[in-house]
Design a protein around this ligand. Sequence first.
Ligand SMILES: *Cc1c(COP(=O)(O)O)cnc(C)c1O
Length: 372
Amino acid sequence: MEPSQIEIPDNPYLLLTPGPLSTSHGVRAAMLRDWCTWDAEYNDIVQVIRKRLTCLATPASGYTTVLMQGSGTFSVEACLGTVVPHHGKLLVLSNGHYGDRIAIIAKRLLIPFDVLDFGDTGPLDMEAVNNTLREDRAISHVAMVHCETSTGMLNPVQDVGDLAIRHHRSLIVDAMSSFGGIPMNVNNLWVDYLISGPNKCLQGVPGFGFVVARQSQLEQCAGNARSLSLDLFDQWLEMEHRAGKWWFTSPTHVVRAFAQALVELEAEGGVEARHARYVQNQAILAQGMRELGFATLLADEHQSPIITAFLSPSHPGYEFGRFHAELKQRGFVIYPGKVTKTDTFRIGNIGHVFPDDILALLQAVRESMYWA
Ligand SMILES: *Cc1c(COP(=O)(O)O)cnc(C)c1O
C-alpha cells in the first residue's frame, strides 16, 4: 500500500481502562510526522509542554517540570531515586497496589524506608501519619498516591501535606491517574514533587512521564540518583540549559501528540471542565451499574471520579474473561480487578469518553450479563 493511502483508523472499541485510554482523533493524527530531537522546532514543543504542565499544577512560582522517558513507573522511580538523599529516609503511605509499588522501588534502590500500610481499601489514618512523623526524626520524605488506581480510592493530599509541612518533611505525590482530571494546586497542598504522565487524565498516549518539582528542592539533588538514565536532576539540567533537550532519545511522536492533547484540554475548558465531565461519567456509571445489581467496592465518600471497582457477581457461572469478551464484542474494554482480598473488576471513565458513551456501556453490560 502507498503510504499516502493509509488512513488513521478509528478505534474498534472504547478503552474504559485507567490508561492507556481512548484518545481523540486529533491526538492520534498529531503523531503522523517525524521530528529531529536536535531541532529547535521540536525542542520548543518540549518547552511549551513543560511550562504548561507547571501552570496546570499551580499558579505559584518556584516550580519546574521535568519530563522523563518510559511509562509512569519510570518517573516514579526517577523521582524517588533522585530526590531522596543517601542519608534520607522515605515514609510510604500505602493503601493499594501503587502505594506498595513505591515501597518496592525504595527497597530495590536501597533507599531506607518505612511503610504505613492501611490495607487494600483502608483510608489513610492521619493520626498514625502524625505520630510516625513526630517519632521518627530520620524520615526526610513522605510518599503517597493521590488516586489509588487499584481501587479507585482518592487519598487526601491536603491532610498529608499539612502534616508534612508541620513536621518539615518533603512530600512526594504519585498523581499519575488524577492530574489533569482533578483540580489541584501543588503549592497550596505543600507538594514538593508531583509525578504524573500523559496517558491518563491528560488524554495523550504513553511513552514518557513527568515530575512537577519545587525547584529550590530539586536544585539540591545533584549526584543523588541511583541510576544514570533515570537521573531526574541531570534531565532537568539538560532541559533547562539546552532549551528542551532530553538527556537521551525522547519519544518524539508521543511528545507531539501530547502537545495536541494539552491544546484539547484547553479547548474543553481546562481541568475544571474535564473534572466535571469525569464526575458526570462516574455518577452515571455507578448509578447504572447499581441498578443492574452490581455493588461498588468503595463507599461513595472515598470514590474518585477516575475509575470504579465493582464486586464480581457471586453467581457460580460468572467468569471475568467471558464478561470482558462479551463487552469487547459490543465495543467496550473493561479492566480486571487488582485488590488481593476481594474479587473485583474495574471500569475507568477517563479519556475521550462522554456521558453518552457510559449510557451505551450500561446497555452493553445489560446485554453481556450472560450468567443472570
Ligand atoms: C498508571 C499508574 C502508574 C504508572 O503505571 P505504568 O504502568 O508504569 O504506566 C503509577 N501510579 C498510578 C497511581 C497509576 O495509576
